[in-house]
Design a protein around this ligand. Structure first.
Ligand code: UDX
Length: 352
């Protein structure tokens, strides 16, 4: 009986041991599966992260779809600048291929950063004082410092950019048979004796005044455009741009709009240069861009003024900004060396 009992016990023990082993194997199998699943989850998580990064990196502003034959290849010199970058936005949105050439003297990469990597966009760090060889259908030639303190900072460089730079762009336009638009300036009228200035007014510029590096260089740039038009049958457009303001204008730009707004916001003195009776008109940057594109697409090749027809005296403008910003700033009249040209210098001398 005892022997039988021991055999049964032994048998049961064997079965339990086998059961344990099976169970052990099953548990191990499950553990391996869990580990595999965990690896798969980790892999999926990192793939998801990568996809999210890619989506964010390619979240470009909307671009119109155009087929190859409708898409123009457009060069914008100074395309990383204040006006240039808004022009780039409009041309890109319209579905064209845009190449920006900028030496980043006053331009900023930040102004066009939202296009970097887009297949229709290219950014080149290049100074147009040196020639460039690319293939384009249109050239918007905007490269030049435009704010008086900036263009007077290095007058020789300003002259080179607007003369050598313009010749290089005209040479490029001639080689590839591109249409070229020159961003000229209201400053070609100098200290005007005619108000408002029509395009057939020849201006009143002091060739050796402090603004001459800009005024005269832009005047010769215009002359070059028409020489190339006459001699080489080049299609040219000349926009005489008046004082412009808007987003991406630098706080320290030095022009009157940003100066007055900043001074009012900081409750600092609003600095009117001279007696403040000099007048200006101010246009919003996207209006200007619309004008530039329309001019390029038109068949009109003589110079065109682009600005706001409504003029204000600088004094009046200071009062408007002060009121709108609710500032407690004082409005003061100061003498600014860099503004001393023509009638303004006359006024400043009188104030002395
Ligand atoms: O703080 C300031 C700044 C400027 N001003 C005055 O405000 C007037 C406008 O001066 P801005 O510096 O804004 O520039 P301007 O209008 O003379 O030229 C500008 O407009 C035309 C563009 O093509 C030129 O590139 C740009 O320089 C000037 O009479 C100037 O003397 C002030 O009274 N206080």
């Amino acid at each position: 009986e005892n022997k039988k009992g021991e055999d049964i016990l032994e048998n049961v023990k064997r079965q339990v041991r086998t059961g344990d082993d099976d169970l052990q194997q099953q548990v191990e199998g499950i553990n391996i599966k869990i580990e595999n699943l965990e690896n798969t989850i980790a892999m999926l998580k990192s793939e998801l992260q990568l996809a999210k990064t890619k989506i964010n990196a390619t979240a470009y502003p909307h671009v119109k779809k155009r087929n190859y034959s409708e898409r123009k290849r457009i060069l914008v010199t100074g395309g990383a600048g204040f006006v240039g970058s808004h022009l780039v936005d409009a041309l890109m949105a319209d579905g064209h291929e845009v190449t920006v050439v900028d030496n980043f003297f006053t331009g900023r990469k930040q102004n066009v950063v939202h296009w970097i990597g887009h297949p229709n966009f290219e950014l080149m760090n290049h100074d147009i004082v040196n020639p460039i060889f690319i293939e384009v259908d249109e050239i918007y030639h905007l490269a030049s410092p435009a704010s008086p303190p900036n263009y007077m900072y290095n007058p020789i460089k300003t002259i080179k950019t607007n003369t050598l730079g313009t010749i290089n762009m005209l040479g490029l336009a001639k080689r590839v048979k591109a249409k070229m638009l020159l961003a000229s300036t209201s400053e070609v009228y100098g200290d005007p004796e005619q108000h408002p200035q029509t395009e057939n007014y020849w201006g009143n510029v002091n060739p050796i005044g402090p603004r001459a590096c800009y005024d005269e260089a832009k005047r010769v740039a215009e002359s070059m455009c028409y020489a190339y038009k006459k001699q080489e049958a080049l299609e040219v457009r000349v926009a005489r741009i008046f004082n412009t303001f808007g987003p991406r204008m630098y706080m320290n730009d030095g022009r009157v709009v940003s100066n007055f707004i900043l001074q009012c916001l900081q409750n600092k003195s609003v600095t009117i240069y001279g007696d403040g009776q000099q007048t200006r008109s101010f246009q919003y940057v996207t209006d200007l861009v619309e004008g530039l594109i329309q001019l390029m697409n038109s068949n009109y090749s003589l110079p065109v003024n682009l600005g706001n027809p409504e003029e204000h005296s600088i004094e009046e403008f200071a009062t408007i900004i002060k009121k709108l910003s609710g500032s407690s700033s004082k409005i003061v009249h100061v003498k600014a060396m860099e503004m001393t040209q023509g009638k303004e210098s006359q006024i400043l001398k009188e104030l002395d």
